[in-house]
Design a protein. Sequence first.
Lengths: 251, 829, 375
Amino acid sequence: MAKWGMVIDLEKCTGCQACSTACQMENNRLPGENYQDVLYYTEGKQPTPQLKWFPRPCMQCEEPSCMHVCPTRATYKTEDGVVLIDWNKCIGCKYCMIACPYGVRFYTDEKPLVEPNVKAVFNGDRKLSWNPPYKGPQQDAAKGIGIQPDGVVSKCTFCYHKISKAPKGTPDLDPANPELVEYVPACVRTCAPGARYFGDLDNPNSQVNRLISDKQGTRLLDHTGNKPQVYYLTGAGAAGSAVPGTRAAKA
Amino acid sequence: MEILKKAISRRRFLQVSGGSAAAGAAVVGSGGLGIGGLATLQEAQAAVGDGNTVVNKSICAQCPARCGIDVYTTNGRVHAIYGTADHPIANGKLCPKGHLGTYILYDPDRFKGPMKRTNARKGRNEDPGFVPISWDEALQTVADRLNTLRDKGESHRFALLYGRGWGASCAGLQGTFGKLYGSPNVAIGHSSLCSDGSILAKEMVDGNASYNSYDYRNANYLLIFGANFLESFRPYNNNMQVWGYIRGEKSPRTRVTAVDVHMNQTLAASDRALLVKPGTDGALALAIAHVILTEGLWDRKFVGNFHDGTNRFRTGQTVMADNFDERWTTGLVEWWNVELKDRTPQWAAGITTIPADQIVQTAREFATTRPAIALFERGAHNHSNGVYNGMAIHALNALVGSLFAQGGLAYQMGPSYGKLPVDADAFMDDYAKNGPHKGQPRIDLKGHPDGYKMAKNAIQEIAPNHLKGKPYKLDTAMFYYTNPIFSSPGAKDWEEALKDVFVIETSPFPSETAIMADLILPDHTYLERLQDAPTYPFQGYPMTQLRTPAVKPLYDTKYFGDTLIEIGKRMKGPMGEYYKALGDTENVLRHLAKGFEANPGDNGVDSFEKWKEKGVWYKKPYLWQQRDGEFYEWDGSDYRSQMSADDVKAKLLKTPSGKFEFVSGKLAGEAEWISKTTGMARERVPYIQWVEPKHTGAGDLHFITPKTAMHAEGRSANLPHAIAKMQPTVGGRREVCAELHPSVAKTKGIRDGDRIRIKSTLGEIVAVARVTELTRPDTLVLPFEHGHWAHGRWAERRGANPDEITANQSDRISGMANYYTGKVSVEKA
Amino acid sequence: MTIQAQANGPVTPVMMAGLAGLVVSLAIAFSNLMADGHAAFNTGSDGVIWGLPVVNYVFFALASTGLTLVASVAMTFGSQAWYPLAKRCVWLSLVTLVAGFASLALELGHPFRMLWAIPLNFQPTSPLNWMGLFYAVFLVLGILKFVRIHVGDWNSPASKQIGLAALVTELLAGGMLGMAFGAMAMRPMWYGTLVPLYFVLTAACTGGAFALLVTYLAYGKDAAMPDKVRSLIRGPLPMAFAALLGLTILVIGYRTLIGLWSNADGLQVWDHIVASPWFWLEAALLVGAFYLLLEKKALAAAALMVIAAFFIDRYFFVVGGQLAPLFKGAWVPELIPYSPSMTEWMLTLLAFSIVFFGWALGEKMLKLEAAPQGD
């Protein structure tokens, strides 16, 4: 069984947010509900101010604290290494959101970021919290795929509805390969500068392991012990993208 | 309360004839066209877990770049858009806007069919009182009106204004319509609101009135002026692909210096960010040129050299012209003597505020890290001195020999289209040939000594000219993909001007133009169209792409090209015969595609059917290359057949001299008119030079209104997901913020998040302040995005429109509207 | 000496106020929740996740633990002098727990699903589960114990054992609540091995304060109190309370200092807390109450001051731990702005109303002044 992981090369990332919008449309997210987010930080003063950004999907941790705190086992880890939520079991206590060091979880039922509320414009029934006309065909509450019902927490699934159908034993889901492109997570598939790689961390011959090895892949907040399955390459040269501390926000 | 009532009544008119919405949405796109090979379809079906998924080829419509897109439709619902893998611009990728296209299809505020106005009063707060009518009535209304005008000999009083025209089957039909009908105002493009400054600058020095194509992947240095390469410079998607390659894979890594007035993503990701005083990019470029010459770093094979090889360019000292042999340039020594010898880095530092040592380092790197490209866009040329700024920057490309070189820049070739089925010239009646319209200037006075003699368009002049009745008043105006009432400088003038014009809007969205319209002839949205779109300048080789409908039109709408043809059919005389013979846009497209039979594309596209399947026709390579100061033409396998000077003049360097002109022959030809309109000494006109920008307004802050990465030329205005991501760098989420330096905020007592009043001589707008070090202390940045008073529920009443307080001043040479040259003051609101 | 059976404090006005509070808070909270759902709260995925409703819960759940502790002084640890407060405390520990649960239930996405989903899918690694389990067990034991003492069985072995078990589950529950926060290594403001102890210590303070307050509410003034009550109230209780409070002030003081001193990411919240006037109000209330207790003056006021101070403390604790943004939001502010919504405040009013209405109801109907006879 594969252990899916992602590598993000910050030397290439241009901070464009296409990963975020591709994800939002593929997974029918609300405005501002970014499973995949890009965060922006500023420091310094004129004429040498700094602007940095940081792309952040769910880290799909090996030791997911969100899973350990979930009282109903609604959050679970699949055999192929992905952290999912069973919406049929989630009680909406939001402890997982508290326990996630990376801020990647979302509660359904909140004030809209942008008015008018798209949920009101595209009303759902009781099963779905909303129902946009462009809703994708995939819907699997037990895996937290599709549009969630009210009162539950949702998160990035690594596009589980795609990757779970990939041929077994595939070392890397390379979007450039026409045989594999439909199994590639939306954010990886669309990334224009090619900053994202997706593959099997358990396969030493995968490109993701090659990159982690050659370019010293690092993990975010490794001290929390969550052991992300998302690695960042920070490269040698200057780039706008950078792994931030939260204090980078301080002017 | 009153406002609320009006809002409600306006909402209601948007709903008219919307009864069949749900039914329409359920229609399956059964014409499952263009599946890129059966394997892809099967995989798509396997992956989405539904056997009914169809993948259609289309072209994104959120910016001019024209990325190929795969549109996923399952059971009649379009639910995903991804880049087309075998499309040279998209390469399977998209920018952040591309994915949001489904919202445009399913925009709940779309017009559902043709409508006419019932309220004779017009204005921002007047409910048009639209009622649904049939297409036949709508089209006949237009035809009757046009026939009547023609009968009165006033056909010139009909204007067709267009913005984002796509190809031969829409905007491409307009010129013929104007010719057969007899109006100089059919059609007037939006290019003077767009980037004509760049086009004119290049035309003046290398003779090509066009944007460049760029070979970034082979360049080792990029010097970028006022073009936000990683946020808003086309083709954005491909730029980012290039960036990933040149910065993360290419060896050696391409170095980048970027110049702009505030810290944006391009500057942040570059090796060197230079924050320049607005309007002074030309001074910076001249100083770089000065250093290149004094330090002997120019490309001798392209530019030439002193007879004895000794560099005589010394700061402040003139040079004898006959000491220098020029190769593919002219006027270098004259230019040096008249202008460049005093344009030192120290001088430029005083003008631009960029330290002299940074200028020197940039110049050395640029000239020694070849191939090197200097590129510029609106930031550099949206000023009264825009063309001169652009010429100065473009001159750097000549100095380092990048023109037509590998890793340099060239110009775009057109597609091998076939001929239309009918020859329009055979349908010209006497009126069309010799009618009174022949003596009339264009309403925008483009090409007229009283207006903008050298401009390509001057659309921003239409409202003021109409209001003055000079040269005349318009009777009827039709709009295609443009909304100058919102986007033109001095936007409010248009609100007055359109009150006594019969307005026909073809947008499917309830735009500001629609609020002023008498007739709504709604277009399909892009995912419903069969429409061609030749490439915007990209990599030079010819390319054209095709939209195929992913679903049948959801509502009773009509493709603009067909609307035009249908109006044409209802015209009297031979004009009507022409359009009857032309048939419809599909017939047009089929004939265009016949051109591919003799010139099959690299992807095997040799017919209309293949074009629909693949979505794109392209034929590599670009046919010309300059190498070590010699020009070669592609001989079928390589760039080997050497070109004569005449060949180069005819095909590549289209100036009077057939060379790159540091002293412009074209400007010299218009020196008298330019001198008269600008006050510049006549003999100085032809020189690439520093000219002080003329700022409008009287405030203490430069007012810069850039486009953000999420700005889709107005199509993003009603996309809630785009709004939520609009200005990420400073946190403009619900609405874009006005970026303000802390020192300004402190003096004015403004805190982060406060509402501020931005005042120009035209009036004032209110915006939310973001106090940030990213923006220069002498500059206020408010992205052009919000302030709509129509355009749908998410667009309306959000933020402010900077164009309402942007004065209508244009570069006298290019006619380019000077959006970024206003000066404003701010105070706490 | 006979036991004064008659309470002459403002029980009826408190009950009416509690009832009014219940009606108002429920009406407003429900109509807002019906209209907007959870969006009626100012919490958010890229803001504060656990807002005022959770503050209410932590405050009242820990008050329940504290009240059980106070009751146990007599019932488990055998200090006869504390008997006159015991029944009142047992009753109130049940009422406060219900108040806490009520606020939490209205905050949960699926409170009813919880009832089956937790038992069927019990996740042993979740502190929240153990806390819930212990509080649930306590609720049963507490009711049993109350029934026992209500029928006069104060000291049978079974009654004693139930009391001891109730005390242990309450301590474990309060401790687990502490662990729910203290185990969060990714939030340094909360993280720490001693958080359960901090919770139990502060729980005891709020328990003592409620015990003292309702005693005054029951009798009105010292003179109206039965002798045994008066001697407890004028003697060991304020001294023990003062000692406890003094220790707690010390702990809070050091927590604050450590928070200010350390540069660990997340602890910058302390700068924000200390800059808030509410922090200084909390400090003044605690020190003022400590002084009043030492001086044995205005004890009812001292109790109120402690309650108010700890409500502020719980707010800073629960909310403060979330103010340093993790990796969320397209643009990151230094600290997340949060102020509770009207609906959230109504849940606070609801919880307080339940407590005071419930107490007054008990006072009227359940002879809360009862104590073991004839010693």
